[in-house]
Design a protein around this ligand. Structure first.
Ligand SMILES: *[C@@H]1O[C@H](CO)[C@@H](O)[C@H](O)[C@H]1NC(C)=O
Ligand SMILES: *[C@@H]1O[C@H](CO)[C@@H](O)[C@H](O)[C@H]1NC(C)=O
Ligand SMILES: *[C@@H]1O[C@H](CO)[C@@H](O)[C@H](O)[C@H]1NC(C)=O
Ligand SMILES: *[C@@H]1O[C@H](CO)[C@@H](O)[C@H](O)[C@H]1NC(C)=O
Ligand SMILES: *[C@@H]1O[C@H](CO)[C@@H](O)[C@H](O)[C@H]1NC(C)=O
Length: 467
């Protein structure tokens, strides 16, 4: 057994293996398209450097570069960056975390919508460290909803690993460190944040659309790392595939349960994000109220079982006929739980030097600005500097293109009447050649996650998403 401090230290420094799991999901038939309004919690400029990167971080190596990162590195890096930021109090960015409201046990809780992970988790009143202001659920029937660590239908001895908290000595059952009779769950994210909790199964409702999911799995958060508090919502709703839910037990994700219980017509959902709020459309494609023009479709990289909404990238260009960065960038994950456009350190350096080449051709002092030194630093930009900024163009399979123009990758913020621009692109050690298309990108493209035919559709979004 570890004590909490040792256990957390263990999480930060040790890479442990995670069990694999079988394929998932059948397709439901009944029900109608359900649209859940998403609200947005705005970020302050000071919080931008620690913006969320909630793609699920597998602890085990499975051939994907970005899943082999050491949590410790990312965590310290994030913290270090948070500390050096100059505070610009009170100035809100047109970015933030998007959340929906869930109902549990007669109470409601805000959960961040995250297509980069697969677990539903929220703070519960037994969590001594959870900030109460962020929303907390009091589970009044703890023993009925708790999944006991002896439940071998889900809490398999084979999954027993350091991620449980404690492996029972006699049975090798995977028990929560903070609630030794419950199945243990440890969720880790790409920004180094993590939570320790206990697996539960019970009713979870979506009050906005009058849907109740029976026997839905969720993780009751009993400890959260300090970085997990930043989104200032009580929990997280992971919408990626079941294979990314193994932490270490593999509970059926909420959306998969909805599909299996026939609560949505199709195994498809869509997301529209805007500067004000957004919409999560369960069971089909967002219609013309949310998008301008038809969808472009790209196949999700085939993996058995599927894990993420990851697609391959054929080319990544900066500027017209500009430098191809395909040597540095070869795939992208659509992730609503990541705030910025995130990429590996090497890819980030390459993107910045290509952009500077485009900008410095006019020999502007802008190319020496702090704006580039460590994104995201915010600066005022002259109209000529703005005009000199190139587009980034991503070419996916089948020559489908997505243009990220300066209006997309820049974040505008007004400080004391002055308009500042911050680069919405960040380098993250360990991401390798995978980039993460976070909210900076998703707020411009309404996105369909078609899990029936394993493809992603995107179309320019209607500003405001119908709000
Ligand atoms: C809940 O379960 C625990 C562990 O099995 C037990 O100690 C406790 O008394 C139970 N509580 C209730 C209210 O049944
Ligand atoms: C909500 O759903 C339940 C059961 O599906 C139904 O009985 C009830 O009338 C619905 N309520 C509203 C307001 O639609
Ligand atoms: C997936 O289905 C959509 C329609 O929902 C279709 O337009 C798209 O081409 C399909 N993608 C693939 C890869 O078959
Ligand atoms: C570019 O700008 C720098 C500093 O403003 C100046 O010293 C240099 O002469 C300029 N180069 C050209 C080719 O204009
Ligand atoms: C960038 O892309 C936009 C929209 O796709 C296009 O209208 C614009 O001309 C492009 N800008 C440059 C400098 O190529």
């Amino acid at each position: 057994m570890y004590n909490v401090r040792e256990f957390i230290y263990f999480l930060l420094v040790v890479i442990v293996a995670v069990g694999a799991m079988g394929p998932a999901s059948s397709v439901g038939s009944a029900g109608e398209l359900r649209t859940i309004p998403l609200s947005k919690r705005r970020l302050q400029v000071a919080e931008l450097r620690s913006a969320a990167n909630r793609y699920y971080r597998h602890a085990g190596g499975d051939g994907h570069r970005h899943r082999e990162t050491s949590t410790g590195q990312v965590s310290l890096h994030t913290l270090a960056r948070a500390v050096v930021e100059e505070p610009l109090q009170g100035d809100l960015l047109p970015l933030g975390e998007y959340y929906a409201v869930l109902g549990v046990d007669g109470q409601v809780i805000d959960v961040q919508i995250d297509t980069g992970s697969s677990n539903l988790a929220f703070a519960v009143s037994r969590c001594a460290d959870c900030p109460p202001s962020d929303g907390i659920i009091h589970l009044s029937h703890w023993n009925e909803t708790s999944v006991p660590c002896s439940d071998q239908s889900i809490c398999l001895p084979a999954t027993c690993s350091g991620l449980c908290g404690g492996c029972s000595y006699e049975t090798q059952a995977c028990c929560s460190f903070l609630d030794p009779s419950s199945c243990g769950m440890t969720l880790m994210y790409g920004d180094g944040s993590f939570v320790l909790g206990a697996l539960h199964r019970g009713k979870v409702s979506l009050p906005a659309v009058n849907i109740t999911v029976q026997r839905a799995f969720f993780t009751a958060i009993l400890y959260d790392s300090s970085t997990f508090e930043r989104p200032k919502v009580g929990g997280i709703w992971g919408l990626a595939y079941e294979a990314a839910a193994c932490s270490p037990s593999c509970p059926t994700p909420l959306f998969d349960s909805m599909v299996k219980q026939g609560l949505v017509p199709r195994n498809v959902f869509s997301i529209c994000l805007s500067d004000k709020g957004g919409a999560l459309i369960l069971g089909g494609e967002a219609d013309s109220r949310y998008r301008l023009g038809p969808y472009s479709w790209i196949p999700i990289i085939s993996q058995s079982p599927p894990v993420y909404y990851e697609v391959s990238i054929k080319d990544f260009e900066v500027g017209v006929g500009g430098s191809s960065l395909s040597a540095y960038i070869d795939s992208a994950i659509f992730d609503s739980g990541t705030t910025l456009l995130a990429m590996g350190d090497t890819a980030f350096t390459a993107v910045i030097s290509s952009m500077k080449r485009a900008v410095c051709a006019g020999n502007s002092s802008f190319c020496h600005s702090r704006f580039w030194s460590e994104a995201p630093a915010c600066t005022a930009l002259s109209s000529s500097a703005l005009a000199s900024l190139p587009n980034m163009t991503i070419t996916f399979k089948n020559d489908v293109k997505m243009v990220l123009d300066p209006d997309t990758y820049l974040i505008k913020v007004e400080v004391g009447g002055e308009l500042l621009y911050c680069l919405g692109v960040e380098g993250i050690p360990g991401l390798g050649s995978t980039i993460v298309l976070g909210d900076v990108v998703l707020r411009r493209y309404t996105t369909v996650f078609n899990r029936e035919n394993s493809s992603i559709g995107f179309a320019p979004s209607v500003p405001g998403c119908g709000h």
